[in-house]
Ligand binder design. Sequence first.
Ligand code: S6P
Ligand code: ZN
Length: 189
Amino acid sequence: MKIHNTIQTPEYKIDLSNWGLSGSSILVSEKRLGQLKGIFFDEESFEAMDPEQVIYRVQVIQPVQEGTEGGLFFGNTTIMPGKVGNEFFMTRGHLHEIGNRAEYYWGIIGQGVLISKDREGKTWAEKMFPGSLHYIDGYTVHRVANIGNTPLKFGACWPSDAGHNYDGIYEKGFTVRLIEKEGEPVIIE
Ligand code: S6P
Ligand code: ZN
């Protein structure tokens, strides 16, 4: 609540040791393996794993309603370490519903890779580590994989009207995958 001419305590706080968020309206969600059917290549390994296993958790501050033009959302995602077959645990990945909306990601804890795909179908990847900063342009599919043995946490800030389109990535598929080969993360087509 804003009280005229007073010095107030801010509504939200970040624990700078781990970027955990606290405040009045933090949305928390989690994705379990069973909700990620179809995104990992090795379906046999997928079926053999516990569908209740949590793959990632998300915290989001939404100071304005989703869809509001001009607002900003702020959050973080923690991806557990692990693999389905030889493919690293990762987020579903999405495009923004309003295609031209961009986003920032930054690494907080752990080791990861941000995988991107632009409108022309060009794919590339960037290393994520504590302190890495990533500008994700509009019209770019983005997904993050945890390539380490510990949880990977990254921050995100994006426009409140960006929205999420999860279908787009399935239409033509995310043409690259991040797998472990001889102990190293590699990108394969
Ligand atoms: C939102 C932002 C993140 C992701 C989160 C989960 O624009 O990029 O908060 O929603 O990392 O990923 P996904 O692909 O399942 O939404
Ligand atoms: Zn996004």
